[in-house]
Structures are given as structure tokens and as C-alpha cells.
Design a protein around this ligand. Structure first.
Ligand code: SF4
Ligand code: SF4
Length: 229
């Protein structure tokens, strides 16, 4: 099927795969494919809307494309229900949520640059260079524990958050927040890190290895997840 005929969910998934592949390997064929799919994706937004911020967010090496594939664009199932994200009536909702996500992502980056040091706020400098992520720790950076609707936005003592971070952390960055918007992806790989690791809220600092085991044994209701590494 041509990209222009795809449901927004399939279009986003194809874009995510091409973009993640491009960031991981960066060869020309993927570049063309990712670019074509991005153009099609941006065409789905209302003509009068400014898509430049969306474009910047979607091609950013830290944009969590895989997280959105496995939450926003993933079917949801439970004992007695199933919600397909390919329903025609969900198109406008999904487009709106994708816009909200991109906006939050860009604002968090702006805030980090304005109020903190992007070189030291997390485990790697946020300068677009592929610095090595830490490996000497029990956390594998799978990102699952940050797939939550919200957390108490209480910063460590001596740290002050920009006003909107309190809202974002508490779950108000978008209408249907399923993942913390501070969770960044590492260059298209299945590795995710907290963009504000060194100033993250107290609740996140207290999350330990036992909590991690409990969280991973529960997983979530979403049915499809990316399989590449
Ligand atoms: S679920 Fe556990 S391993 Fe995965 S990111 Fe959270 S702390 Fe790390
Ligand atoms: S602030 Fe960081 S550690 Fe806490 S939920 Fe968000 S991404 Fe995860």
C-alpha cells in the first residue's frame, strides 16, 4: 500500500522503523524512505498548522519513536476488551496526541537548555553526539518503568523545575499520557534514558531493583512492541 493510503497508525509505525534504522545505521536508502514517510506523516496534520516543530521533534536522535509505537499507536487488550488503533474514528485523536507529544518533547529540550546544563543533566551530554550510555549498572535502560501516566513531581532539594514540568511529570503533557515525556530514546536503539536523570523527581530516585523486577513482571496492556535491538 502507498504511504498516502495508510492509516496514521501504520504510517507512524513505518516511519518509526525507517527513522530508527536510519539513526542506528544511517545509510542512504533508509534516508530516502524515512524522509518520504515523514513528509506523508506531516501531510496528515491540518494544512493551516505549523509543522516545523513536529518535523524537528520527529527526526531528533532522542525522540522516542519506539515508545510511541508501543503505547500511543499500540492496540490495547485486556480480559474483556480490545481497542484497535487502526479504527478510522481514532485518526484525529492520534494526530492530536502525536502533536502534543512532539510539543512536550521540544519544550523539555528548550527548558533543559535554558535552565540546566545539557552536558550534565543526564547520563550522557545531550549534544546529538552518540556518547556511550552507562553499562556498569543493573538497569538495562529498557524504559518500561517510565511507561506511566504520571508521578509526584517533587524535585530533589535545591532543584527547581520550570512550572510546566510539574504538569508534565504529573501526567498533563497530553490528554492521554501513558509514558513520561522525559523518557528519551538513544539513536533509534531499544535503549531509553531519563532526560533529567540527575535532577529527576524523588519518586524516580527511590525506584530500586526490587521495584524494577516487580514492574517488569507486570508489563502492561499494550499488545505490540518493536522487536529490533
Ligand atoms: S524497568 Fe528496570 S531495567 Fe527497565 S528502565 Fe526501568 S529500572 Fe531500568
Ligand atoms: S522523570 Fe525520568 S525516571 Fe522519572 S518517570 Fe520520567 S523519564 Fe522516568
Amino acid at each position: 500500500m502507498e504511504p498516502k493510503d495508510l492509516h496514521i497508525t501504520d504510517l507512524f509505525k513505518q516511519f518509526a522503523e525507517a527513522q530508527a534504522g536510519l539513526l542506528r545505521q544511517g545509510h542512504d536508502q533508509r534516508k530516502g524512505s524515512a524522509s518520504t514517510l515523514l513528509t506523508q506523516l506531516l501531510h496528515r496534520f491540518p494544512l493551516e498548522s505549523d509543522t516545523s516543530q513536529l518535523r524537528h521533534a520527529l527526526v531528533d536522535p532522542y525522540f522516542p519513536v519506539d515508545v510511541l509505537v508501543r503505547t500511543l499507536f499500540a492496540d490495547v487488550g485486556g480480559m474483556r476488551f480490545f481497542i484497535s488503533k487502526r479504527r478510522p474514528e481514532l485518526v484525529d485523536v492520534l494526530i492530536g496526541e502525536l502533536r502534543q507529544w512532539c510539543t512536550a518533547f521540544r519544550r523539555i529540550q528548550e527548558d533543559i537548555r535554558a535552565h540546566y546544563d545539557p552536558d550534565t543533566i543526564t547520563c550522557i551530554p545531550l549534544d546529538g553526539v552518540k556518547h556511550q550510555l552507562p553499562t556498569d549498572q543493573w538497569c538495562t535502560l529498557c524504559g518500561v518503568c517510565c511507561q506511566i501516566g504520571g508521578i509526584p513531581p517533587e524535585p530533589p532539594t535545591t532543584v527547581h523545575y520550570p512550572e510546566r514540568w510539574h504538569i508534565y511529570l504529573a501526567g498533563g503533557a497530553m490528554d492521554n499520557q501513558q509514558v513520561c515525556p522525559f523518557l528519551f530514546q538513544y539513536f533509534g536503539e531499544s535503549r531509553f534514558f531519563c532526560a533529567i536523570h540527575n535532577v529527576k523527581p524523588l519518586a524516580c530516585r527511590q525506584f530500586d531493583q526490587q521495584d524494577c523486577r516487580r514492574r517488569l513482571s507486570g508489563r502492561d496492556l499494550h499488545l505490540n512492541e518493536p522487536t529490533h535491538s
